[in-house]
Design a binder for this molecule. Sequence first.
Ligand code: ADP
Ligand code: MG
Ligand code: ZN
Length: 607
Amino acid sequence: MKNLLKNFFVFLGIFLFIAILFSAFNNSNKTVEKVGLETLINQINKQEVSAIAIYDSELKITLKQGKEEIVKKEINETFSQLIKNFNIDLIKLVDIKIEVKEKEGMSYWMETALPFLLPFLLIGVLLFFMMRSVQGANTRMMSFGQSQAKESNKENKDKITFKDVAGVKEAKEELKEVVEFLKQPQKFVEMGARIPRGVLLLGNPGTGKTLLARAVAGEADVPFFNISGSEFVEMFVGVGASRVRDLFRRAKKSSPCIVFIDEIDAVGRRRGAGLGGSHDEREQTLNQILVEMDGFEPNVNVIVIAATNRPDVLDPALLRPGRFDRRVILDEPDLADRKAILQIHAKKKPLAKNVSLSKIAMRTPGFSGADLANLLNEAAILATRRNKKIIEMEELFESIEKVMLGPERKSKILSEKEKKITAYHEAGHAIVAHFSPHANPVQKISIISRGQAAGFTITLPTEDKHMHTKTEFTEELSVLLAGHIIEQDIFGEVTTGSTSDLRRATNLARKLVTDFGMSESLGLRTFGEKEEMIFLGSDAHEQRNYSEKIAEQIDAEISCFIDKAAHQARGIIKAKKEELEKVVAVLLEKETLEKEEFEEIVGARVS
Ligand code: ADP
Ligand code: MG
Ligand code: ZN
């Protein structure tokens, strides 16, 4: 369709070109003046004319002064008739050179032949383009079933190795083994060991799965076939499977090598769950991958590395021994890892001497490797925009907030009233967080809007945490609800500003009940099976594995958790009214409060 449109415009172009050419020829005549017959008669009578050339439909007059004129006439009216009709003295014609001419050269041909030729020409051009686009489609068709895996070059200069990946120590250890398999397979074979065929990298987005797979290839110095799961999924059934076949054929040829299938969940979802056409295609593709992996002869040294952030949706057949039986988990980086990642990415960036990457690492719990890389990049951009030669601490701190909450929106100006509401709202979060001993301490409060939020309060854990207690969760709930409660208490009604707070609180409360077994009345079990259903493109769908009655109880328990937390928050707000008002006053004046300033107002935290 697009092609057709394109061709159409090409024609239009050609057509216009011809038209312009045409009119240019005609225009060459227009430099001479067109006059009426009467003028000509007059001029002849006055003996001003030196020559007359007679064409079919016009007379070309050359005057004695050198000027040229054109007089139109009827085609079948001859010049002699004209003279007769106008009663011109023949003597006056003696001096005039009279010639009878046919239309000359190019312009004659253009005028006579072009009207006939043009349609043929156009049809010819049309055919030409049609043939061409059909041919293009054909060659595309031919390569359709081939995999589009990109083979990275062995002699790549900026090759990635394990040195470029910080943290994820266990994952690196596991993968070092893989490198050895690739480098010295016979060592393992002699011991009777079976070389693993598939390694599955599991980790949240941005934890460095793709990076690590590249590093393995770099370390092992073997070819690396890189394809994304979604590239197997095409409009036509069977393409995916044929691409898998092609990919593995190529891989086997250049063994030993690594085949890296990124985002394998795009094809490797559990089979048999879901409805709809695209599903069969995925199943076939997945089957083909399994068949290929089973079909490796023992001496073929191809290791398939796959990455996903959705291990829960993978088909169990993929995880069977002999397939992706090695699972390598990439954790979110902890404090030390974050620092190491920052150091790697800061290498090529000029940092000020007083920049402390540990401080940045401390302030970024929950950031993934990709977030950290992004943070440094944002800082570099910020420094450039401020015409600095080096990146300083303030750019880094600002970038943390930018990555966390989206860009600052200074242009979104709040009215006085909105500012006041926001100040109370955020101060509420902060005060409740400060006086709840198990909640994360306040890092920063601001009423400058960022991303979606009108203001924000950042609370950060003092250390990396892997486990959470029920008390921590209930206090977190109180902190989330504080904004809403304070709006109710101070202004008598609530705004839309706490929508996302409430949603987060509800989700958290639901998890406490259904996933963590923290509700006393419902007992020691989880509720709900996360079953992947593909139905008309919509995704996750929770399967109920409990009765209607339990569902009611769950809802009641969620409300109970929220009510308790709200009560707690209200208590703190009442007790700390004085501090609250002070914080609001300073916020309205300064717009942002750092941890130190905040603690100066409300006193140090007791915990
Ligand atoms: P994933 O594939 O897990 O979503 P990527 O491997 O694409 O994540 O990581 C994105 C980017 O984040 C990488 O290109 C790299 O710059 C950075 N990154 C992530 N994890 C690390 C790490 N452990 N060490 C260094 N850089 C990392
Ligand atoms: Mg990736
Ligand atoms: Zn809020």
